[in-house]
Design a protein around this ligand. Structure first.
Ligand SMILES: Cc1cc2nc3c(=O)[nH]c(=O)nc-3n(C[C@H](O)[C@H](O)[C@H](O)COP(=O)(O)OP(=O)(O)OC[C@H]3O[C@@H](n4cnc5c(N)ncnc54)[C@H](O)[C@@H]3O)c2cc1C
Ligand SMILES: NC(=O)c1ccc[n+]([C@@H]2O[C@H](COP(=O)([O-])OP(=O)(O)OC[C@H]3O[C@@H](n4cnc5c(N)ncnc54)[C@H](O)[C@@H]3O)[C@@H](O)[C@H]2O)c1
Length: 470
């Protein structure tokens, strides 16, 4: 194997794979360096297994919400069958199918830990300790992802806490689970484990889903309480593992649980990748421009979680497409299209990041919340509508509960943010993303007629509530 490539990508998660693929499609050679499983966190310990753990419970509850179907589903969820389905979906943590894809895409793969040792140079150390030095003619791309943040709570580390990896790869369901955190991981894992019959307590000192519109966290909290989850607006001050389980002390009664899951955010995987050799600080997120290039180092790029622009697989893959393409364009001396919304920039990271939280109810949002839009100085009008009033919702579930909010930039008469909360709203968000990215004028949106009776009729109701010039 040659030790010189056009592009070296450190980290073969979903994002790194896409950078390498675009570079190869642009006529360059590329090598991926991977220390664990090709496919990364999302495939094996994050998006895919977490959604598999949640989905069976959501499907069961959806059936229970329909007269007629409810009578047919009288049993409880079979947790071990759900775990089995999860393991099948993650290919039993075997990455051979992804390696096959890498081969087929014409990308080289080197297994081991990659570390930058100088300009365009990366050293790879494999599991036997053997070191190989690789050189990049064009670019080195860091796509090493993120690790869970472990807060400095006395006793926590000694209590052997679960991280998201343990929660998504568990082989047995614990009788009780305490969760520290109120973000997406906490909410989704509380939903999954409560569906299995686990007694779940969530310590969410700033409420749930605080990055979303306020009503989202409130409705999700109601949904979790209906599943039996105890939600506490505090953080544990001390944790200890005893014979009875893990005991979490806070300003309320102590909570004893079989396991404690830490879901308090992420830190960059940059402590041991040689950042100091190029004047960057190890352990920090890597700052990049909109072409995903590190300012001041013309051969170094960072994509995905590690640049902290949006910690989501789809957004990281979007960055990867721009980065792979711009590296190829710069290599050929071709024109770089780096104006906002150009081919070689990740403009949407600032304005239109969609996210779905697979709780019950689901939360699907994109763009700015009303608070964020106001903070950014936009003159906005907020339009709310009760999703249960839409005919499609009446069909979807008996006693449907949901809410939608549209945030309109009054100066441009375009939508800058949308949030949907309710059962099965996840698929609604792409239309909202298109409206924001396309800057579709509200006047034109009136001509995008939603089919009747679907949940999408919410679009018409939001427009009617906003009003139309007569
Ligand atoms: C529980 C959970 C659920 C999630 N669910 C969703 C979801 O539903 N939808 C969504 O969009 N996002 C979700 N996310 C976020 C998503 O997982 C991340 O945004 C995504 O995995 C980031 O991709 P990445 O390629 O940047 O990093 P990673 O997937 O972490 O990949 C980085 C790769 O680099 C490798 N690596 C690291 N350092 C080195 C090194 N020095 N040398 C060689 N290899 C190295 C790692 O082994 C890894 O394979 C979830 C996250 C969690 C924790
Ligand atoms: N469906 C999805 O798209 C999905 C699913 C899971 C994760 N993710 C991504 O993964 C990333 C990580 O998720 P996350 O939930 O770990 O982080 P997060 O940053 O979304 O949430 C962390 C939460 O923990 C709380 N917290 C922090 N310290 C605490 C403490 N000591 N006590 C109590 N609460 C504390 C914070 O207030 C915050 O609510 C997110 O950026 C998310 O976008 C996405």
């Amino acid at each position: 194997m040659s030790d010189e490539y056009d592009v070296i990508v450190i980290g073969a998660g979903a994002v790194g794979e896409n950078v390498a693929d675009r570079a190869v499609q642009g006529g360059l050679t590329a090598v991926l360096i991977e220390s664990e499983l090709v496919g990364g966190e999302c495939s094996y310990w994050a998006c895919m297994p977490s959604k598999a753990l949640i989905r069976s419970g959501s499907a069961l509850r959806a059936a229970q919400r329909l007269e007629g179907a409810r009578e047919a589903v009288t049993g409880a969820l079979d947790a071990s069958a759900v775990l089995h389905r999860r393991s099948r979906i993650v290919h039993d943590w075997d990455d051979s199918s992804q390696v096959e894809w890498v081969d087929g895409a014409g990308i080289s793969l080197v297994r081991g830990h990659g570390r930058i040792v100088g300009e365009r140079t990366v050293e790879v150390t494999d599991s036997s300790g053997t070191t190989t030095t690789l050189r990049a003619r064009q670019a080195v791309v860091v796509s090493t992802g993120s690790d869970p943040l472990l807060p400095d709570i006395p006793g926590l580390l000694d209590a052997n806490p679960w991280t998201a990896r343990d929660a998504t790869s568990a082989k047995v369901v614990p009788p009780s689970l305490a969760i520290i955190g109120g973000g997406v991981v906490a909410v989704e894992m509380a939903t999954a484990y409560a569906s299995f019959g686990t007694t779940v307590t969530v310590f969410a000192r700033s409420g749930l889903l605080s990055h979303e519109e306020d009503f989202a966290g409130e409705m999700v909290a109601d949904g979790l309480r209906e599943l039996g989850v105890d939600i506490r607006s505090t953080s544990p001050s001390r944790v200890e593992r005893t014979d009875a389980g893990v005991v979490l002390h806070s300003d309320g009664d102590p909570v004893t649980a079989s396991e404690v899951l830490v879901a308090t955010g992420r830190v960059p995987r940059t402590t041991d990748i040689g950042l100091e050799s190029v004047g960057l600080k190890p352990g920090e997120w890597i700052e990049v421009d909109d072409t995903l290039r590190v300012p001041g180092i013309d051969w170094l790029y960072a994509t995905g979680d590690v640049n902290h622009r949006a910690l989501l697989t789809h957004q990281g893959k979007y960055q990867a497409r721009a980065a792979g393409d711009v590296i190829a364009a710069r290599a050929k001396g071709a024109e770089v299209d780096d104006a906002p919304w150009g081919r070689h920039v990740a403009t949407a990271d600032h304005l239109a990041v969609p996210q779905v939280t697979f709780s019950d109810p689901e939360v699907a949002s994109v763009g700015l919340t009303s608070t964020r839009a106001e903070k950014e100085g936009l003159r906005v009008r907020t339009v709310d509508y009760d999703l249960s009033w839409v005919a499609g919702a009446t069909i979807q579930a008996d006693h449907y509960r949901g809410k939608a909010r549209m945030v309109v930039d009054e100066d441009r008469k375009v939508i800058v943010g949308v949030t949907f909360v309710g059962q099965d709203v996840s698929e609604l968000v792409q239309a909202a993303t298109m409206a924001i990215v396309g800057e579709i004028p509200l006047d034109r949106l009136w001509h995008a007629v939603p089919a009747y009776p679907t949940l999408s009729e919410i679009w018409l109701r939001l427009l009617e509530t906003y009003g139309r010039d007569s």
